[in-house]
Design a binder for this molecule. Structure first.
Ligand code: SF4
Length: 61
């Protein structure tokens, strides 16, 4: 992974189902209830697809 994905927690309202979780091609994102998504860095390949799906810009590469 050349770029590291980060979650900007304060951008995430944590009140909805994260639309980015199902977009990840390698299943690196998971979400518990409506909390901010969690990144599994062992899986993430840094593709950035998820960041395009977060309307709040809470997922950044
Ligand atoms: S950057 Fe790509 S591989 Fe990493 S969590 Fe986002 S969608 Fe998944």
């Amino acid at each position: 992974m050349d770029k590291k994905l980060k979650i900007i927690i304060e951008n995430c309202p944590q009140n909805h189902k994260c639309p980015a979780v199902n977009v990840c091609p390698v299943g690196a994102l998971s979400q518990k209830d409506f909390e901010a998504p969690i990144i599994d860095y062992d899986k993430c390949i840094g593709c950035g697809k998820c960041s395009n799906f977060c309307p709040k810009k809470a997922l950044v590469l």
